[in-house]
Design a protein around this ligand. Structure first.
Ligand code: URA
Length: 232
């Protein structure tokens, strides 16, 4: 199976982002507008991991800027977080879509396991460079990518977990799942649960842990303000 190959000398997020722009590690690049790399605080203590860019992200070249992103932004604020202080990325970095309505609309198509695996090296290196204290998996694809195919949002949600990278992790719903709930009251209730999940993760990120250094490389000292914001 072809996979992405981040260059060894890409030792900063900017260098990694530039390298990812020409990724041909799977076929998704052929129909996507561009690679959508992660963004945010390069020293964030909290990293949010989504599935793949959507239509608007594909055009803008930035993660979570469409409807799901706007809901995520709102939830982050309600959880006492500022998006600029966290790092937001996706496990798959090209938009996978199918045509709808005579080819006029591009509809999200769930990435397959092969595409997740092909793209994984970018996330691995991104994760290693940011070295977050806490990882939040947004939805089933991100959860399965981190914890394996048996991971389930329903059973993993609400608890602090330990990720294979050796950091504290949380699994919650994908914001687009909240948008799809038709009834206002149910959608509002799910939004409250989502905010509570993010708040839990924010609190964990404020709690420093000696045991959370990633094991794939030497621990590097964190530079600059890197913690999730104080909610006091
Ligand atoms: N859904 C995702 O998982 N990521 C995005 O960037 C946008 C929508």
């Amino acid at each position: 199976m072809p996979t992405a190959r981040p260059p060894e000398d890409a030792t900063t997020l900017d260098a990694l982002r530039r390298a990812a722009a020409s990724c041909t590690g799977c076929d998704l690049y052929k129909r996507a507008t561009q690679t959508v790399f992660g963004e945010g605080n390069p020293h964030a203590s909290l990293m949010l991991l989504g599935e793949q860019p959507g239509h608007e992200e594909d055009l803008a070249g930035r993660p979570f800027v469409g409807p799901a992103g706007r809901l995520l932004d709102k939830a982050l604020v309600q959880a006492g977080l500022d998006r600029r202080q966290v790092y937001v990325t996706n496990i798959v970095k090209h938009f996978k879509w199918k045509a709808k309505e005579g080819g006029k609309r591009r509809i999200h198509e769930k990435p397959g396991r092969n595409e997740v695996e092909a793209c994984r090296p970018w996330f691995d290196k991104e994760f290693w460079l940011v070295q977050p204290e806490v990882l939040v998996c947004l939805g089933a694809t991100a959860a399965a990518a981190v914890f394996g195919p048996a991971a389930r949002v329903g059973t993993s949600r609400g608890r602090e977990l330990s990720s294979p990278q050796g950091v504290r992790a949380f699994v919650t719903v994908h914001p687009s799942a909240i948008l799809r709930i038709p009834k206002d009251a149910e959608r509002a209730a799910e939004m409250r649960r989502f905010v509570a999940d993010l708040r839990r993760a924010a609190l964990a990120a404020r709690r420093p842990s000696r045991a959370t250094r990633v094991s794939r490389g030497p621990a590097t000292p964190r530079r600059g303000p890197s913690r999730a914001p104080s909610r006091d």
